[in-house]
Write a protein of this length. Sequence first.
Length: 110
Amino acid sequence: MEESRITLHKISVDTDYDLELERVISKIQEINAKLVCLQFPRGLMRKATQIASVIENNTEAKCLIWMEVCFGACDIPLQLEFVRPEIDLLIQFGHAKWKYREDIDRKIIE
């Protein structure tokens, strides 16, 4: 598998996955998100700060990295309810496309 490199605003992330960061950044800008929660599977956790830096350097948003491992799109951190009013967008990085409907109180990038 060929490794991809994403470079936006002087920060790059080397990964074997297509993180769709351009799409993520576009969505953050579209909804004018100020606080974004990022959730990762174990294999991407080591790149979390780099990915957050790319997002922060290309948007007006600040990123909160959820440090518990994400086991799939249904693994929404229940503890987010304590900070939910401030979080504008939850982005889960994973290996498969979300194929279920959007919940009313969550914004999901498929």
